[in-house]
Design a protein around this ligand. Structure first.
Ligand SMILES: [Zn+2]
Ligand SMILES: [Zn+2]
Length: 422
């Protein structure tokens, strides 16, 4: 259990007098007041950088804060610790026999979930646990879109938290954090969104998320959240893993192809989609099976070598047509042979942009991930591709966007933006 000081609660009997000290003398910035009806209290927040002072003023004589002030006088009331998962934190405390005031979390200020630990268990200190409301909308649903003769279904294999600095390369945090606010460990929530392409006779899956084989330590480091995962998404689309005919890899990083294999009943690695043939790019395969210090952590052999062992793998080259209307297009940049997938039918084009536009926030040309091995190649590809996408009205799929599965890149008065579609 990892906890970070969120705020210090101070019971006040005379708010203007308190503010005269904290605001006027110390120079702290007064944030906002919020009435918490269930506690019959008004909270005024003062910012001190990473943490906050919460001035608590009773709004009724029977408020717990009124009773506190009556009994002990104004002053330190509680400390609040921020946790990622309040249910898990409470379960952990219960397992240690810690006495709790709240057995289950309840709604607190600003949409957070909170629970109090009894002061008798915390050496006389009233401790609040707080799971802040996610600042990012997390979207999982399987959604259908018709593109000419194809049916496209965007799926989800849950969410992963990657370092915001690494995700935005040279863009300063002060700029990107407004678009994708990070957690206390600087991680931003990212989706993993495989895409189904269905034609009359073929069901094709592009990428498959990170799957269920991730080492628990890594899963914690990456804040893996697969409460809703690919099997749920397939079921929502009315399918199972056995309905997939072809599985295609944009590239072989673990967050894209972890779901290509599974551990079977005998404890052996096997293809996850039993009836499918798998397609990967030949040169990407070479790189993935001969990793170096810089990319080794991303290329986990267990995710793709078993496909070759099972004889279900086909390696193809640049611009390969996978089925009529679906083809690879090399973007490079992220990895030397990273591919986007072009899907064309009835005069319309959709593009599975994989790690070229990992999120809709990454559409400005220089917003290139720090992970990219060849950032100048990414920049060159993005520059040309963006023009094309705007002029030809491409529907873009954003594999890692936490809230948006697909949208159109638009330009108005020289400004670019993404119009959300799914
Ligand atoms: Zn990647
Ligand atoms: Zn990725």
């Amino acid at each position: 259990m990892k906890a970070v000081l969120d705020h210090v609660g101070i019971a006040v009997s005379d708010l203007p007098a308190s503010l005269a000290f904290f605001k006027d003398v110390l120079g702290l910035h007064v944030e906002a007041s919020e009435e918490i009806a269930s506690q019959r209290v008004r909270a005024t927040f003062l910012h001190t950088g990473q943490s906050t002072f919460e001035m608590l003023e009773a709004t009724a004589p029977d408020s717990p804060v009124a009773k506190f002030v009556e009994k002990r006088g104004a002053g330190l009331h509680h400390v609040a610790l921020r946790v990622d998962d309040i249910e898990a934190a409470l379960a952990h405390l219960r397992s240690r026999g810690i006495r709790l005031i709240d057995e289950t979390p309840r709604p607190g200020a600003e949409g957070a979930l909170v629970a109090f630990v009894h002061p008798s268990a915390a050496h006389g200190v009233l401790v609040e646990l707080k799971q802040p409301a996610s600042k990012v909308e997390l979207f999982t649903k399987a959604v259908r879109h018709t593109l000419g003769d194809f049916e496209l279904i965007t799926l989800s294999d849950g969410f992963i938290g990657l370092d915001g600095g690494a995700m935005f390369g040279v863009v300063p945090r002060a700029v990107w954090e407004k678009r994708l606010p990070p957690d206390d460990a600087n991680r931003i929530p990212l989706g993993m969104r495989p895409l189904l392409v269905r034609s009359g006779k073929t069901t094709l899956l592009i990428d498959a998320g990170c799957g269920d084989k991730m080492d628990p330590k890594l899963a914690q480091l990456y804040k893996l959240d697969r409460r809703y995962h690919l099997d749920h998404a397939l079921a929502e689309a009315g399918l199972t893993a056995d309905d997939i005919d072809i599985v295609v890899a944009s590239h072989l990083h673990f967050d894209h192809v972890g779901g290509f294999t599974k551990i079977d009943e005998d404890g052996k690695l096997a293809p996850r989609f039993a009836k499918a043939k798998y397609i990967a790019h030949r040169a990407e395969w070479e790189d993935a099976t001969h990793p170096h210090e810089r990319n080794r952590a991303s290329y986990l052999q267990e995710n793709f070598v078993p496909l070759q062992d099972a004889g279900v793998l086909t390696l193809v080259d640049d611009a390969a047509e996978i089925i009529p209307g679906v083809r690879y297009r090399r973007s490079g940049g992220h990895t030397a042979h990273h591919q986007v997938v072009m899907i064309e039918s009835g005069g319309r084009t959709a593009v599975f942009t994989a790690d070229m536009y990992p999120t809709s926030v990454h559409v400005p040309d220089p917003w290139v991930m720090g992970y990219d091995l060849y950032p100048m190649d990414t920049l060159a590809f993005k520059r040309a591709f963006a023009r094309e996408a705007i002029e030809r009205d491409y529907l873009l799929f954003f594999e890692h966007d936490p809230s948006m599965a697909a949208g159109y890149l638009r330009e108005k008065d020289g400004k670019r933006f993404v119009e959300r579609m799914i």
